[in-house]
Design a protein around this ligand. Sequence first.
Ligand SMILES: [Fe+2]
Ligand SMILES: [Fe+2]
Length: 580
Amino acid sequence: MTDREDSHSTGQGDGHSPDAEGAHPGGPDSGGSGPAAAAPGSPGPGVSRRWLFGVSAGAAVAGLAVGAGGTAALRSDTTAAGQVWPRSAELAVGADRAGAPVVAGLHLQFGADAAREAVVSWHTAGSVSKPVVRYGTAAQGFGTTVAAETRTYRDAKSGIEIQAHHVRLTGLSPDTDYVYAAGHDGAAPELGTLRTAPAGRAAFRFTSFGDQGTPTLGKTDGAPVFSPSLGYAVPTYVNDNLGSPFAGDVTAGIERVAPLFNLVNGDLCYANLSTDRIRTWNDWWANNSRSARYRPWMPAPGNHENELGNGPIGYQALQTYFTVPDSGSEDFARGLWYSFTVGGMRVIAVANDDICYQDAGSSYVRGYSGGAQKRWLEAELAKARADRGIDWVVVFMHQTAISSADKFNGADLAIRQEWLPLFDRYQVDLVLAGHEHHYERSHPLRGDLGTDTLTPKPVDTRTDLIDTSKGTVHLVIGGGGTSLPSNALFFPGNHCRVVTAVGDVNPATGKKAPVYVLEDAPWSAFKDAEHPYGFCAFDVDPGHPGGNTTIKATYYALTGPTSDLTVVDTFTLTRPRSDR
Ligand SMILES: [Fe+2]
Ligand SMILES: [Fe+2]
């Protein structure tokens, strides 16, 4: 059986400069920098980067609005002081303009405590001097300066080194709007805003999808083709990393609903398939920075983050671009699994290539953690369920335990063997996945039906209101934008193809051949065969002491020529609060 993802196996890395593990500390400039040389009055064309990064606390910004839609309007100060926060273009002046790499891919991550910790990140192709973030509350402005830590990787295929600059913001105030600017010597800074999570139980919204790709065209498709109308040969371009225009539209959709944060369920940009991995990552960031600079996008690694030669197990690009909360894993697996707390919710990312049977990355790395991830996950789940401040436990990951699609990836038995018993024991409420390029929802599941495929057992079939203390709801949200949707491949009726093992390498694909077993799928509650693309939004209502808390979930499909949001599926999860 042809596996759609397998069928896009990448070309091999050319092997030079593999596994570059270079890292160096950030510049010496750290916190609370001194003031500056800020000239009063309008900065005008003579303003320099020094004016920006040296300006004294709170002096530079006024009239700043943090929009609900994630936009930050930066306006001129009309007060007597006349200080203006310059727009980027106004800053790019003089000799500095051409000399320094641009601030690319500005984005946010939450720390382990989303109410008080965040990381601002960007990347450059080439070395920079003094990468810093200036930040402060929306009311007080850009008063504090923090130096970046720079980490690097050298792509094994191209030999190009990327430097990613990460600034940790700690001691933040909960439920507060911040403004920030990121930059380095000689570059026009990029601006963003951050809203911290509320402390303790509170209402908030988050979103999720996986399998995005990029909306850009990646490479020329062979030789130029003669154009009769133009009279000469013109190059044609293709997207060689499974992207489509919807990979851009989904980002705009996320901004429309303006969540506190977004969970990306793996297969971010499919760089492992592309001719130019570096360009592909850059395109992914260029597309998503317009959202991720206003709200953290938190990733779980997918099989297409496995890039041959980039680090010992292939995830070094992902690991370099992101700084997620530390889970104490060994360095080679840093950032692949982690957790963070938002309100009364513990969010846990797991890395399924560690356990899955299917061979779908650029190398087969099953078992790489030697059981360390599972031990961490069980401890993490136990800790979450013992915490009377935590009601909801949400796991997000890439490969899925459920799928009703034929001739695509299917479900992976390993997830049912390794994770589901833990999800049962610790009453995980919600599991978000991708890998299948469609939307599907399960009934609440607990235990199995005693089949060889460990078919998950539905404990209820009501579809509008679900008590997740009785069973775990799984969602596949893999319509993030790829050129290979699987919504047209659903079995008639409820059936599932489960990968139960792999055989020898198939010379045609270069992958270990999957062994599939077909099962009945009474666990399936809803599947969207109509729409290829969309995402989920979740609205958490903390409820009241002694009562229940709820999450209202909405799956939005992207429809029409402007990818408007169409509600396709809604349901409410409920569970008793842990403090009652
Ligand atoms: Fe995918
Ligand atoms: Fe995948």
